[in-house]
Design a protein around this ligand. Structure first.
Ligand code: SAH
Length: 392
């Protein structure tokens, strides 16, 4: 096994538990097979553990968090078992859950979501990609009921690792639509063509929260995807629950999900949320609850300014549409925009409109997306609920 050495003082972040070593933190970046296991040491030669090395990536080494001789099926089986134990403890029998959340499960570059008897994996690093077979074998071992496994390896971030974009079934058979229950609602998702791994499991508890607030209310679910928040609102007794999404397949799936659950208060509109909200302002519509759950607005620092402007516009427009005493439910999955920044953006927009807002609830990603304290990169989801009191 090759050994790579860090420059002086670059080991502090790693000994504190961070898992990434950037290329420019290495004394030399040797050639090597993308994904090969290396041993890492400080400038003074003190061993720091092992990691997957990729000479093509800016993140040159992804540490495994503990010394390991070989990253084989047994290794993945042990890690998956540990991950499953945490989920079993935290999720109380949910059928769909994130089994592996990358770095937070000490498996940098690997995501695995489980939907009943099916699993979807994403490999975002070469070290995981070249061990696909070990990962599939370990997964089958840890979840013996699995009938099918899909890989959705089409994320653009794979290009930074020198990896091809591929997807498809890698084990067993997977039906066009997979059914599971979340918060007592039956959902059908498309694991082969839906967005990300097919569904956004990180908002499960937040959907429950919205459901519990919706009785007798009109609810607008912006960026609804396959209907998550809108369906929970309708189940919670909303008089009217409308979802908006620009993806026709997502809207079609959302309609099907409303039908499956006989949630007649739900309707779905295929549209651009920004345009749709503007037209509601023009026609002076009012809603009791508006949920904003847009996709990530910035994947890198260069895009953060634009992301802030996007949140400002969205939240400002939504505030104009709320009844006095209405609730603004504002979520953001942009890791590079912190909760306090989002709150500040919303405060400024409220002040511009001379509206008084109170924060009544704050939350984040569900416990199957744990946050590794030594890696702030694993904390990304913000979920804030504001009570719009009225004018200042
Ligand atoms: N709220 C969803 C997850 C939202 S993911 C849930 O609970 O599951 C973000 C969604 O925004 C995607 O479905 C995507 O199709 C949609 N989207 C992206 N840009 C959009 C836009 N400008 N207008 C409407 N929808 C958009």
């Amino acid at each position: 096994m090759q050994t790579v050495r860090l420059k002086p003082k670059e080991h502090h972040r790693i000994t504190a538990g961070h898992l990434w070593i950037y290329k420019d933190e290495l004394v030399t970046a040797p050639s090597g097979v993308p994904g090969e296991l290396v041993s890492v040491e400080t400038f003074d030669g003190i061993p720091l553990g092992n990691g997957f090395y990729n000479p093509l990536s800016k993140i040159a080494v992804r540490m495994l968090g503990e010394p390991t001789e070989t990253a084989d099926t047994d290794f993945f089986t042990r890690r998956f078992e540990q991950a499953l134990r945490l989920r079993e403890r935290m999720l109380l029998g949910e059928e769909a859950f994130r089994l592996i959340f990358g770095e937070s499960d000490l498996l940098s570059g690997l995501i695995i979501d489980v939907y009943g008897n099916y699993a979807v994996m994403q490999m975002l690093a070469a070290g995981m990609d070249i061990r696909k077979q070990h990962i599939v074998d370990a997964l089958k071992h840890v979840l013996p009921n699995l009938e099918g496994i899909v890989e959705r390896n089409t994320s653009q971030t794979r290009k930074k690792e020198g990896l091809e974009l591929v997807d498809g079934v890698v084990f067993g058979e997977v039906p066009q639509r997979v059914r599971f229950t979340e918060n007592g609602i039956t959902l059908e998702v498309d694991l082969l063509a839906g967005q990300k791994t097919g569904y956004f499991l990180d908002q499960r508890i937040n959907r429950q929260t919205v459901g519990a607030l919706s009785k007798g209310k009109s609810v607008l679910d912006c960026f609804c995807n396959v209907g998550g928040f809108a369906l929970n609102a309708a189940k919670g007794g909303a008089t009217r629950s409308v979802g908006i999404d620009s993806s026709s397949s997502a809207v079609e799936a959302a309609r099907k999900n409303a039908e499956l659950n006989q949630l007649d208060a739900c309707t779905f509109i295929e549209a651009n949320v920004f345009d749709e909200l503007r037209s509601y302002v023009a026609s002076e519509q009012r809603w009791d609850i508006i949920i904003l759950d847009p996709p990530s607005f910035a994947k890198n620092r260069g895009a953060v300014q634009g992301a802030r402007a996007g949140y400002a516009e969205l939240n400002r427009t939504a505030m104009k549409l709320l009844t006095p005493g209405g609730l603004l439910v504002s979520s953001s999955c942009t890791q590079l925009v912190a909760e306090h920044e989002l709150m500040d953006i919303i405060y400024r927009e409220a002040a511009r409109l001379r509206l008084r807002l109170r924060l009544v609830h704050r939350a984040g990603q569900a416990p199957d997306h744990p946050i590794l304290l030594s890696m702030p990169e694993t904390s990304y989801l913000k979920f804030l609920i504001f009570d719009v009191i009225g004018e200042t």
